[in-house]
Design a binder for this molecule. Sequence first.
Ligand code: AP5
Length: 195
Amino acid sequence: MFNLILFGPPGSGKGTQSEKLIEKYGLIHLSTGNLLREEIANKTALGLEAKSFMDKGQLVPDEVVIGMVGSFFDKHKDAKGFLFDGFPRTNAQAEALDKLLTFKNTSIAVVLALQVSEEELVKRLLGRGLTSGRSDDTNETVIRARIVEYNVKTAAVADYYKQFDKVEDIAGEGSVDDILASLCQSIDARMSKVA
Ligand code: AP5
């Protein structure tokens, strides 16, 4: 298996690039944001609980997210690899992910960390909020709260993986195709090492 984490703050392009990477490399896309929005759309108890946090730009509690990821793994037993988008977002989630992957006899090959300035993030998310229907994109206060949450709770997750020499920074501003090319270059290099 080849597993990678696409890491970065809200609006850094994780979802945009994930769509292209899963197609090119045949990976299963695990976006906790998408899974949570599906739960909200289906009006499940998990979705109702998650919505109260998401609407404020706060992280959903670890136990909720980790349980959801465990169920996703159970549904994709034959995956040849996963692309994690928006997960893990805390050290507790990173440790839980390690355990899930160890159970499958595999691990994270690389963490690709998209680097985008805060002003560019806010501009992109406000732009998307005009059409996306995402409640957490329409209001600049909530967008900035998401970025603060990232800086306080999520940025340190990169340090967790740095101790295993798995993190590569990728410039995340410029054209989608140029950023994709940088991501693919790093993935191809890592794949040749694990092959
Ligand atoms: P989630 O859905 O994961 O959202 P996010 O991390 O805030 O990320 P976004 O989807 O907003 O941005 P992105 O990096 O994917 O960028 P995108 O490609 O879309 O999480 C939402 C919420 O769910 C969280 O706040 C939290 O409450 C909860 N949650 C989710 N996972 C959780 C977890 N593990 N633990 C706890 N809570 C969790 O691009 C953004 C915009 O920019 C788009 O309009 C796009 O077209 C544009 N764009 C992309 N690339 C470029 C480019 N190169 N140039 C110009 N524009 C670009």
